[in-house]
Ligand binder design. Structure first.
Ligand SMILES: C[S@@+](CC[C@H](N)C(=O)[O-])C[C@H]1O[C@@H](n2cnc3c(N)ncnc32)[C@H](O)[C@@H]1O
Length: 252
């Protein structure tokens, strides 16, 4: 696993504090797609448990898996005590049992593409559902976005993560829907857009940036300088577009 994939634990409490959570509609969309009762779920890359809580609060027995011990320790503070946890990357999981739902929130792109889909399929009951959701956090006002880009330019060209399989942004079906289709292990692949907007204070926006892997890769003094420069160009509050794309599929 790359250092960048495991960079979040160093800022686990900031991650929990500043990253937006997921609304209840996300779980509703996944469970409506399942079309049958879902009793058990395995979460890949659960982080501090933002998506764990979504499904656990629907009475589903969730097993939250996460390779980073510091993230998992933070998760344990925020999820119901009956949530099972395992410190493991997707690549470490053995299919001792199968689940009605396997899901990942903002985590799948960190997993090893080699054997990703056979691994996930082996963790699902026949007909079980796979769900992945995530998306970039964008600044809504183009003038503010441009000012941030300028302030960041000498430290980082971009803080975005490119499509893992190179799917152009304009294509109708985006990753991981593309890979799910190609794998031949899943049927009924769907992509659903879940629009979301959020307004945060300038300091909260910088707090959010402090949990983004591209910044976490910078040496600490440079990171601090970048945040100072960005903070100087921010208005009092920042409007964010946190649209999320949900991909769904059923194990054949
Ligand atoms: C951006 S965070 C998302 C955390 C959480 N799911 C959320 O939505 O807030 C990505 C998470 O993926 C985890 N991760 C990195 N590599 C992984 C792998 N190979 N298998 C599973 N999880 C991985 C990281 O440790 C991190 O907690």
């Amino acid at each position: 696993m790359s250092d960048r994939a495991l960079s979040f634990g160093a800022v686990a409490s900031a991650y929990e504090r500043f990253r937006p959570g997921y609304p209840a509609e996300f779980a509703a969309a996944v469970l409506a797609y399942a079309g049958r009762p879902v009793r058990t779920a395995l979460e890949i890359g659960a982080g501090t448990g933002k998506a764990t809580r979504l499904f656990a609060s629907r009475g589903i027995a969730v097993t939250a898996t996460e390779p980073d011990g510091a993230m998992l320790a933070e998760l344990c503070k925020h999820v119901p005590p009956d949530v099972e946890t395992e410190q493991a990357a997707l690549e470490d999981l053995r299919p001792h049992r199968q689940y009605g739902l396997v899901y990942a929130a903002a985590a799948l792109h960190w997993t090893d593409p080699d054997r990703r889909w056979p691994r996930i399929a082996a963790l699902l009951e026949p007909g079980g559902v796979f769900a992945s959701f995530g998306g970039p956090v964008l600044v809504a006002d183009p003038v503010v976005a441009q000012a941030i880009q300028g302030a960041r330019a000498s430290f980082l060209v971009t803080d975005e993560i490119p499509s893992p399989d190179g799917t152009p942004p304009g294509d109708d079906l985006q990753w991981p829907g593309t890979e799910l289709l190609r794998s031949g292990l899943f049927a009924d692949v769907r992509q659903v857009a879940l629009p979301q907007r959020l307004t945060v204070r300038a300091d909260q926006y910088v707090g959010l940036l402090s949990t983004v892997s591209a910044y976490l890769e910078l040496p600490i003094p440079l990171r601090e300088q970048a945040f100072q420069r960005i903070r100087q160009v921010l208005p009092e509050t920042v409007d964010l577009i946190t649209d999320t794309t949900l991909h769904l599929a059923r194990r054949c």
